[in-house]
Write a protein of this length. Sequence first.
Length: 465
Amino acid sequence: MTTIKSISPICLTLLFVFLCQGVYSQASDKSKPNVIVIMTDDQGAIDLNSYGAKDLYTPNMDRLAKEGVRFTQFYAGAPVCSPSRAALLTGKTNLRAGLPNNVPTPEGAEKTGSYGLPTEQVTMAEMLKENGYYTALIGKWHLGHREQNLPNGQGFDYFFGHQRGCIDNYSHTFYWDGPNKHDLFRNAEEVYYDGSHFSDLMTEEVKQVINHKQNEPFFIYWAFNAPHYPYQGTKKWLDYYREFPTPRKEYAAFISKTDEAIGEVLDYLDRQGLADNTIVVFQSDHGHSLEERAFWGGGNAGPYRGSKFSLFEGGIRVPAIIRYPGVIPSNEVRDQLTMQMDWFSTIAELTSSKVSEKIDGKSLMPIILDAKKESLHDVVHWQFGSYDDSTAQWAVRKGPWKLIGNVNEPLGKEKSKDLEKLFLVNLEKDIAEQYNLAESNPKILKELLQLHNSWLKAVRLEMKQ
């Protein structure tokens, strides 16, 4: 029998190099760091400790903030799920990405002809795949159901998760209008893990992707379905928050279950020696929900007005963090206006990947490296629902001034209020957006209206080409 002692020193050296080749290739090549983009679902603007929550337990989300840079004026691309995800994955406003509204079910898509994120759009996965990355989506998709619109048709080598907007976390079934639909897939294959909590399944899948190929960098888009309804934190966390009233109790338990899952993956990166060569991005897709399925609330927007479905700050201002040891500063805060689309350009720069078309995102590296640098965005735009601004809710912001059109403000159980069609606010003086200044500032109103109209005209023209 051959023993270690009988192997020549040269052979031992070659064996060592062979065994370590995979780990070395990831740990040494800073030009191609691994990338994990974590996006939570319906998490309120201040619902982690580092953003002001006093009643939640979120040590792992906060660990990212301590070990990286967090943004205090970071905006989602839209206050609803599918358009926000389109903005993240394309680096464009959701209108320019071709997705004005939430993707309907397959049955609804056939009726409306709205099939999801157009296949001609270049996704973050496609950009990184072109640069030699193994690409995986773990979690929620909600960007289309036809084969070409599903993750494997949009640049992802691997997919584990659900196609539709939400699932029960134990049966993995989409409960909406009947017939109810089991919705858990590994690539195109329907798989069954009845009784296993979806957060636990995702955590193990993320670990497996990290281990999948040690000789090439990986990109993982980890799209949580939490704390989106149904609120299903585990017994451990429901017991922890047992003194809380409903719905904060149920919501908080789901937040801490999510935080726990994130912590398992961060610890796993540490154990594998990959943390220093892995970019981790974190954000919520938009504000918290006040829908009936969410017990009419549970989340917290702090000083901000609004929630999911609203272009008030509480619907679009979200927690956002980036960690990349040795490249990104640690435990620092940036207050400049930043946008969800900026992750695309930032990751492209950090991974030396090629951006092949005009996008709306700007690399955040200049302000990450210089806290005094001004925002890279002079004017920013939102519109969702449709390309018709006579019915769609829209907003434009320049400096401290923000104008919202066709204002919507969900109020949960409360009866909706009649709101002005145009709402103008100065955020430096009124962060709670309590006072409409449209009548008292006609010059500013006119300027912002012109900015919106010019932008929308350009977008419509581009979409026709």
